[in-house]
Design a protein around this ligand. Structure first.
Ligand code: F6P
Length: 323
């Protein structure tokens, strides 16, 4: 193994830089050459590749975003695009790839690894935490902290006006952010794709809350939940119960930014090193994950296809503690 290429792809996540740094420094330690591919798979196709050395990753451990930039490449979904990418890999003498991203990134990596003779190892980087085979994905803990900070602030104004707030969080098809942030911020209700709630159930719950004369209520809505758009839900509640004075906040992309937490920095550093180790051991088409504080190798196909369940204990906590 003489030369590794590293890239970040899909939605960026805080801690991706820490992972890049770990990969680069570990390669230096192992005397392997390392190149960075700019803008994910698109950079492979466009030959946007540059040499990295230990100093090129100085100071990035604490930075959000990704110095390698990211993209959701349409061209890489085509056989032609992947062919171009492979030609550039040969041109640069790259022997193996490390891809940092989520399920879309690993889906691409898996196909690429089947079509061409190049070992690929993945590092889970997504705020959604929706990958099987790792307790946490890089960026999730930071996003949770960002969400909880925002919900705390909204709680202040909600209480001042005795209002109901619907706060929408990211997560794509998964409710991990909504559930964990819900427990940590004392949300009265969470709406998750994993546990469909009917409008009548929600209404019944809010009526109960209101009858307790709660000072404020917060419904944390996972963007992938089943009931329709957050604005539509809130409008319907307001029509039927104008006295709740409901408001909506969609947190959006602020959840993807910011300096990574300690948890994400350590996870990214460990997985970055583990990814290079995996390649040195001859692994291919796997994701490095962290399960119960141990490194695990998970085939891409499992990481993508197997379903990671939300924690039912946490779900229970929401209803017990909502008061
Ligand atoms: O996968 C990360 C994520 O932030 C999801 O939570 C969200 O659904 C999606 O990416 C948003 O994608 P984009 O930044 O392309 O709008």
């Amino acid at each position: 193994l003489n030369k590794i290429g590293v890239l970040t792809s899909g939605g960026d996540a805080p801690g991706m830089n820490a992972a890049i740094r770990a990969v680069v420094r570990k390669c230096f330690y192992e005397k392997i050459e390392i190149v960075g591919v700019v803008k994910g798979y698109q950079g492979l196709i466009d030959d946007n590749i540059r040499l990295l050395d230990p100093s090129s990753v100085s100071g990035i451990l604490k930075e959000g975003g990704t110095i390698l930039k990211s993209a959701r490449s349409k061209d890489f979904r085509t056989k032609e695009g992947r062919g171009k990418a492979y030609i550039n890999i040969l041109k640069h003498g790259i022997d193996a790839l490390i891809v940092i991203g989520g399920d879309g990134t690993f889906t691409g990596a898996n196909i690429f690894g089947e079509e061409f003779n190049i070992p690929v190892v993945g590092i889970p980087g997504t705020i959604d935490n929706d990958l099987y085979g790792t307790d946490l994905t890089i960026g999730y803990d930071t996003a949770l902290n960002t969400v909880v900070e925002a919900v705390d602030k909204i709680r202040d104004t909600a209480t001042a006006h005795s209002r109901l707030f619907f706060i929408e969080v990211m997560g794509r098809d998964a409710g991990f952010i909504a559930l964990s942030a819900g427990v940590a911020s004392g949300a009265e209700v969470v709406l998750l794709p994993e546990k469909p709630t009917s409008y009548d159930e929600l209404k019944g719950f809010l009526e109960k809350q209101y009858s307790y004369q709660k000072e404020s209520s917060i419904v944390l809505v996972a963007e992938g939940e089943n009931m329709g758009s957050t604005l539509d839900i809130a409008n319907r509640v307001n029509e039927e119960h104008p006295e709740y004075d409901a408001r909506v906040t969609i947190l959006g992309h602020l959840q993807r930014g910011g300096s990574p937490t300690v948890v994400d920095r350590i996870l990214a550093s460990e997985l970055g090193v583990a990814a290079v180790d995996a390649l040195l051991e001859g692994q291919n088409s796997i994701m490095v994950g962290m399960v119960k504080d141990e490194i695990e190798y998970v085939p891409f196909i499992k990481a993508i296809k197997n379903k990671k369940n939300v924690n039912s204990r946490l779900l229970n906590l929401i209803s017990v503690l909502s008061g």
